[in-house]
Write a protein that binds this ligand. Structure first.
Ligand SMILES: [Zn+2]
Length: 288
C-alpha cells in the first residue's frame, strides 16, 4: 500500500513538473499567437451565443496575460518581427477583434484601458458608414482612436461576404474599396485585413496582395484547406466561451493548440474549392 502511494505521489509530482515546464517553455520564442475575439457581453450572452466571451472571462484573460508576462503587441510590430526588421523578445501575443461591434467599445475597451494593451479591430467599412449590424459608427471609432492610442484599426471587407463566392470585380471592390474607404474615414493607412468568416482561396489572397495590404488573416487552419500559411493566409486562434478556464486559455496561447489544429486540417481538397463551412456573417444574433 505504501509503495502504491509513493508511486502515485511520484507520478503526480512528475505531471506537475512537466506542466510547469510547459507553462514556461511555450510559446517558443518567435511563435506569436494571434487571438481572435468577436463580442464581449454578459454571462447570458456568452452562454447563448458562440462568438461571445463574457466580460468576466475577458477581464480574467487580460489579467492572466499581465500576471504571466505576456506582451500584447500591435500588428505593426508583429509585421516587423515577421519580416525580420525587429527581433521577438518572447511571449508576444496579438489581440484582434472582428466586426467592430459596439461591445468592443462598451465592454472590452474599459478592461483594455486598465492595461493599455495594443489591440486591432477589423472593421466592415459599409457597416461603419451606416451603423449596421451592431457596428460601431465612424464618430464612435474616431473618439476611441483619439482617446486610446493603443487601439488600431484594419479591414474586414466592405460588406462581409464569402469572398470565394463573388466575382473578381466584387472581390476587388470588397478588399481595395474597404481599404480606401477606411483610409478616407479615419485618415490613417489601413495595412491589414481579416477575411470575413475566414473564407479564402488563391484568388482571394492574390486580390488581398494587389489591394495593397501588408498581411491578411483567416480564422482557423482548416480554412486554409491545402493552401500554405503565408503573409496573406495567416491563421488566428479563436477565443470563445470554450476558453473560459485558465488552462484552456493557456493552451490556446501556448502555440500547442494552433500546432494541433494545423496537424489535423483537411488538405486533400483543391485550393480553388469554395465550400466554406460556418455561417455567413459572424454577427451577434441580436442587435447589440
Ligand atoms: Zn466577421
Amino acid at each position: 500500500m505504501k509503495k502504491i502511494l509513493t508511486l502515485i505521489s511520484a507520478a503526480l509530482l512528475g505531471a506537475f513538473l512537466l506542466a510547469a515546464a510547459c507553462f514556461f517553455i511555450f510559446p517558443l520564442p518567435g511563435q506569436i499567437p494571434v487571438l481572435m475575439y468577436h463580442f464581449v457581453g454578459s454571462r447570458d450572452d456568452a452562454a447563448q451565443q458562440k462568438n461571445f466571451v463574457s466580460r468576466e472571462s475577458f477581464a480574467a484573460q487580460m489579467a492572466f496575460l499581465k500576471r504571466w508576462g505576456y506582451r500584447p503587441i500591435s500588428l505593426e510590430e508583429y509585421f516587423e518581427i515577421k519580416t525580420g526588421a525587429r527581433r521577438a523578445g518572447g511571449r508576444e501575443v496579438v489581440l484582434t477583434f472582428d466586426d467592430g461591434n459596439t461591445t468592443f467599445g462598451s465592454e472590452a475597451l474599459p478592461i483594455l484601458r486598465r492595461y493599455r494593451f495594443p489591440v486591432t479591430v477589423f472593421l466592415v467599412s459599409e457597416s461603419v458608414k451606416h451603423g449596421h449590424h451592431g457596428s460601431m459608427t465612424e464618430p464612435v471609432i474616431q473618439g476611441i482612436l483619439k482617446s486610446d492610442a493603443y487601439v488600431g484599426i484594419a479591414s474586414h471587407s466592405k460588406t462581409h461576404p464569402f469572398l470565394s463566392r463573388i466575382t473578381p470585380e466584387q472581390l476587388e471592390d470588397e478588399l481595395k474599396g474597404s481599404r480606401l474607404d477606411l483610409e478616407t474615414m479615419f485618415g490613417r493607412p489601413i495595412r491589414f485585413l481579416a477575411y470575413p468568416s475566414g473564407d479564402l482561396n488563391e484568388e482571394v489572397l492574390e486580390s488581398a496582395r494587389r489591394a495593397g495590404y501588408d498581411l491578411a488573416f483567416t480564422t482557423s487552419a482548416k480554412k486554409l484547406k491545402n493552401l500554405p500559411e503565408g503573409p496573406y493566409s495567416l491563421t488566428r486562434i479563436k477565443i470563445s466561451r470554450s476558453s473560459d478556464l485558465a488552462p484552456a486559455f493557456w493552451f490556446k496561447l501556448s502555440g500547442l493548440y494552433g500546432a494541433y489544429k494545423k496537424s489535423v486540417r483537411p488538405s486533400s481538397r483543391g485550393a480553388g474549392g469554395s465550400a466554406p463551412g460556418g455561417p455567413g456573417l459572424d454577427l451577434p444574433q441580436k442587435a447589440a
